[in-house]
Ligand binder design. Sequence first.
Ligand code: GTP
Ligand code: SPV
Ligand code: MN
Length: 581
Amino acid sequence: MEIAVKNEKLKNWVKEVEQMCTPDKVYWCDGSKKEYNELMSQMEKSGMAIKLKKRRNSFLFRSDPSDVARVENRTYISTRSQIEAGPTNNWVAPDELKTTMKSLYKGCMKGRTMYVIPFSMGPIQSPIAKIGIEITDSPYVVCNMHIMTRVGKKVIRKLGKKGEFIPCLHSIGAPLAEGQQDVSWPCAPIEKKYISHFPAENLIWSYGSGYGGNALLGKKCLALRIASAMAKREGWMAEHMLILRLTSPAGKQFHIAAAFPSACGKTNLAMLQPTIEGWKCECVGDDISWMKIGPDGRLYAINPEAGFFGVAPGTSYDSNPMAMDTIKKNVIFTNCALTDKGDIWWEGMDGKPPKHAIDWKGRDWPTENKEVAAHANARFTAPASQCPVICPDWEKPEGVPIDIFVFGGRRAGVVPLVNEAYSFDHGVFLGATASSETTAANIGAVGNLRRDPFAMQPFCGYNMGDYFQHWLDMGDKLQDKAPRIFYVNWFRKTPDGRWLWPGFGENSRVLKWMCERIEDKAQAVKTPIGLLPTDDGLDMKGLNIEAQDIKALLNVDIEAWRAEIPDIEKHFAQFGDLCSH
Ligand code: GTP
Ligand code: SPV
Ligand code: MN
């Protein structure tokens, strides 16, 4: 990079890391197209990237089969005392963890280039934005960061001499000995992977994985785990939330921020195509929301990211046409299948499956034992600006004012399609007790029911009990300007396993009810769990759905809810006296 770096702290840190990791070369990223193209063609030559014949400037990567998702059991919140990390986080004391990791980092970039990536989370001129510097030995990470964040000289310029940044150190943990042949997806074995956070120093150290949130450190590590701890200290919010703008036929705008656990429908809802007449939806963000109280006392949200790292399987013109149109060009695909024509494919894509493809492990597909062609956590990395329904205000420095919070999860039973909290504090209870079946976004069992409070269980950078308190405090500050809170479940099933609700674009019917509620235009039924739509409360015009299904979707089964209580009590009991204040 030609621009001179004047920030001494940054120069010193880069030097220190260079001495510890001993790369062959150090390269400062400028964020240019040229840089992206050069790295891609380098990776194409080395066999790591496959250029797709059928999609302009798009590439397919196949990860090592051991490195396909986040690793919650190798993720650490290293606060001074364990109480500060709380019962839901893995904890090792900072000194001990640093000693362990330093011995791994020692010489770990041998035979590789060390890339320095200056990036901004949030539009550079936004008062809510933060600067990070990621050091990595993965060119795949550099290219993904180009799409997911704002990278380059403009960040160095903003940083100036004395500016603050969040140091994010990443290594795939696979040094190359003299003459050693590289593999196409180098990484370290699971027991050597560490995704570590030191909130007191705003510091991130990641080792051993090249995949997603483990490696693109601006995302979960900075924008959620470190940012949530900063937000608690400074009185703002960093949440695992999509942001969308809904415009009514009368032209009134509503801004909604919704928290669902990983792979539970944020990208889909963020790009929703309403099926009800006259309503319009625009996407501001699909995964993370940073929110501050504005001068008018309302809560304003920005999307700190610049791209989407979306779940590929299940994405189709039927389920999410706007995502399909977003990924026509300039996309990085990871762990998707490759068709004979030179395009990608995954389970749930429109039309018939190809007769033959190369699966995510690089084998001929179909395989003998009928495995899936794309990994369940296969992802696309695409620029947000390519989304046809990106909101014209998605990069507005001050953000958009939030009217509605939505929580939810994936529950086959018990939880109704929608209910509204009686108050902000009741909404905090709904968020705090949110539950969902686990998905392939984390390495581990899929389909296990667990509490995932505010969809932040894997992402809260401090004691979850203190985080609940922070939510209550924000409610007190916002008072009557606080967003109204709703809870949804798109994933209800019949006993024989059929979806009760069509979901996707039809979810607009539920959002419309929320808007009518806050405008005082819709009645609600009081139930022990919250306020539900009346029998004719949801707009069902043009939707072919059996009356008994609607009844089931809006049913509050008192006995089933009573049966939840012991688990809710157990959930809260784990915080008990542990809270750190
Ligand atoms: P992360 O990026 O992991 O944080 O996930 P996300 O919340 O953005 O997940 P995404 O929107 O990509 O959802 C992934 C899965 O949820 C896919 O299998 C979708 O088909 C499914 N899904 C999304 N919305 C709906 C819905 O309304 N109904 C049903 N039945 N499935 C849905
Ligand atoms: C999630 O798991 O919630 C994601 C994907 O958004 S990752 O960036 O890998 O965490
Ligand atoms: Mn996510």
